[in-house]
Design a protein around this ligand. Structure first.
Ligand SMILES: Cc1cc2nc3c(=O)[nH]c(=O)nc-3n(C[C@H](O)[C@H](O)[C@H](O)COP(=O)(O)OP(=O)(O)OC[C@H]3O[C@@H](n4cnc5c(N)ncnc54)[C@H](O)[C@@H]3O)c2cc1C
Ligand code: FES
Length: 273
């Protein structure tokens, strides 16, 4: 009888410990951190921002963060992929499209913003990959490639200014520009197709990120050549963790929340309209 009671007490104690651990993990995942800009470097059309902060959690490929500034001008936080994370510093590659990204472009060393996350499901696949990036889609794929040994990287932009960051990839990188100002003249999918008889693509998986039209076209190509393909999807986001339901995308399994169930989806699941 005493043994049974001891066992029950021990079980309850372990259960409590587990709950405290899970709550702590959740709190950390959703923690709001102040991060301080160390460097704001212009790389062609994009800016690479390096921030320092007291990070409790190391981001993985597939994760993203919500960035914000504590003022009434920017009420909603904005989602950004991790470009790199090393030595207690986080890097974001930014394309200026509106007010918040313009604000980030003009941020000066020593100035601070806030970061929530990491959010999104992490990716576990790091072998035999073909990365295909269009424009700023380079950011999350660059981070993913840092964990991957055996890969080919196809990267396209409209002009040379959009692909200068290709220098961060040291091997097996193929570059295209629409106007032919650098690398292959044409879009990145034509570049990829022109390499199909030169690379061993059969046992590989594709991870792609870029404009919707690019992903829509790639979905057709990957079905034709029968290669498993995953898309890093993008949608406007309000919260980043499933609260606002604003980031739903249409899939073969009904609408799904990009921030919670993605942002990476199998291409065959996504329905483009
Ligand atoms: C998971 C995820 C990761 C992202 N990673 C990066 C990144 O690494 N680097 C980067 O520069 N950007 C990234 N973005 C896009 C970035 O969040 C938007 O560009 C940013 O929120 C725009 O804010 P803004 O105030 O400058 O522009 P706004 O004034 O809000 O919008 C300006 C224009 O951009 C369009 N736009 C805004 N947000 C999006 C979006 N999410 N998708 C498509 N069009 C949009 C608007 O429709 C509008 O036409 C990411 C988006 C998501 C969802
Ligand atoms: S961003 Fe709010 S639910 Fe996805």
């Amino acid at each position: 009888m005493i043994h049974f009671l001891q066992f029950q007490l021990l079980r309850k104690f372990l259960q409590n410990l587990k709950e405290v651990f899970i709550q702590n993990q959740r709190r950390r995942l959703l923690e709001r951190l102040k991060i301080i800009l160390k460097k704001n470097e212009k790389i062609g059309k994009f800016n690479l921002l390096c921030f320092e902060g007291e990070f409790h959690y190391t981001p993985s490929p597939g994760n993203f963060y919500m960035l914000s500034k504590d003022n009434y001008e920017f009420i909603l936080p904005r989602p950004f992929s991790v470009f790199d994370f090393k030595n207690g510093k986080i890097y974001f590659l930014i394309k200026k499209v509106g007010r918040f990204t313009d604000f980030l472009f003009h941020l000066k060393p020593g100035e601070e913003i806030f970061l929530n996350g990491p959010y999104g499901k992490k990716i576990e696949h790091f072998d035999k990959i073909i990365f295909i990036a269009g424009g700023i889609g380079f950011a999350p794929l660059h981070f993913h490639s840092l964990f991957t040994n055996d890969f080919y990287f196809f990267f396209g932009g409209t002009t040379k200014d959009e692909i200068l960051c290709h220098k961060f990839i040291e091997k097996n990188i193929f570059v295209s520009t629409d106007d032919g100002s650098f690398g292959y003249k044409g879009d990145v999918l034509s570049l990829f197709k022109s390499h199909l008889n030169k690379i061993d693509f059969k046992e590989r998986k594709i991870f792609a990120c870029g404009p919707r039209n690019m992903l829509k076209e790639l979905k057709k190509i990957s079905e034709e050549i029968k290669i498993e393909t995953y898309f890093y999807m993008e949608e406007r986001m309000g919260c980043g963790f499933g609260g606002c339901k604003g980031c739903a995308i249409k899939t073969i399994n009904n609408y799904r929340l990009l921030c919670k169930e993605g942002t990476v989806f199998l291409s065959s699941e996504v329905i483009f309209e």
